[in-house]
Design a protein around this ligand. Structure first.
Ligand code: SAM
Length: 272
């Protein structure tokens, strides 16, 4: 087993990425700081627009050579910087979708001089035309009412009715509020449902997912739950401990999924 598989390295991604072998990654899921000034226990989210784009470009240029030819990238952003980041990525990859994550924010208060922003923007990009995409793995089942409405004889036995419909580019998934059962101690933890959909569609079983900005380790957990491997980086040692805890809890709850949790999963730079 490669020493970087099923490990999250507690270090700056821009240093760690260089160590990964070329064309070894099936799927890149990146949830970088959005450039909005959030406190991740470091200054990573405090760059102005120009330096932010420079930094994005630097890690993208380190990460893309690690992607296999049929690999793809999902990147979480907001409207503030997605236009310029998408332009930069379109010079390197093919853009497939702009996915809107509707965070299902309840209608209370909000902006008074403009519209309240309640979505994140996710860019979906591929390296090559024949990128891996398993549509059947992410079809959305029809609800009972729709199935009933399609009960006329011409629809009986229709494969598409049983298999579900093709997912659309607006994903309505509740953000993880404080009491949510998945919630760990990280300010911008993403829901497993979203990351799982990306992995099912875009990483073959047994493949490897790279997340350069692991945060609470959602990508690592989702990968293990779905029988994929992971690798990645997180710069804040407290979050590295959190990732370890999440993977250990997963291994205890579902033996076999968290094989990585038996070993150290979040290693400091000095340990290597
Ligand atoms: C938006 S959060 C990721 C949240 C994650 N997707 C989750 O579900 O928990 C971004 C994370 O990137 C980390 N980070 C920022 N710059 C980094 C860098 N250069 N290398 C590694 N991690 C970094 C931050 O500490 C923060 O935890």
């Amino acid at each position: 087993m490669d020493s970087w598989r099923n490990r999250v390295f507690c270090e700056d991604a821009l240093e760690g990425l260089a160590r990964l072998p070329g064309e070894s990654i099936d799927l890149l899921i990146a949830d970088p700081p959005y450039g909005l000034g959030k406190d991740y226990g470091n200054d990573s989210d405090k760059l102005d627009a120009g330096p932010y784009l420079d930094w994005m470009t630097r890690w993208v240029d380190l990460a893309l050579p690690k992607l296999k030819r049929r690999g793809s990238l999902y990147i979480f952003l907001t409207w503030r910087h997605s236009p310029e980041v998408f332009v930069m990525l379109k010079q390197r990859m093919t853009m497939l979708n702009e996915i809107i994550w509707d965070r299902r924010v309840p209608s209370m208060g909000g902006s008074t001089r403009k519209y309240s922003s309640v979505h994140d923007t996710i860019g979906f990009f591929a390296k090559a035309r024949d990128y891996h995409f398993d549509l059947d793995a992410v079809r959305v089942p029809y609800d009972a009412a729709t199935k009933k409405a399609r009960s006329r004889s011409i629809f009986v036995g229709a494969k598409w009715l049983e298999m579900g419909y093709n997912p659309k580019d607006v994903w309505s998934v509740s953000r993880l509020h404080r009491e949510h059962r998945e919630r760990a101690d990280h300010p911008t933890q993403k829901p497993l449902e979203i990351i799982e959909r990306m992995i099912k569609a875009s990483c073959p079983p047994g493949g490897v997912v790279l997340d350069p900005f692991m945060g609470s380790g959602t990508t690592a957990v989702a990968a293990r739950l779905l029988g994929r491997d992971f690798t990645g980086f997180e710069m804040n040692p407290d979050y590295c401990r959190l990732i370890d805890e999440r993977l250990k809890a997963l291994a205890a709850a579902a033996p076999g999924t968290g094989s990585a949790a038996d070993a150290a999963t979040c290693e400091s730079e000095q340990d290597q």
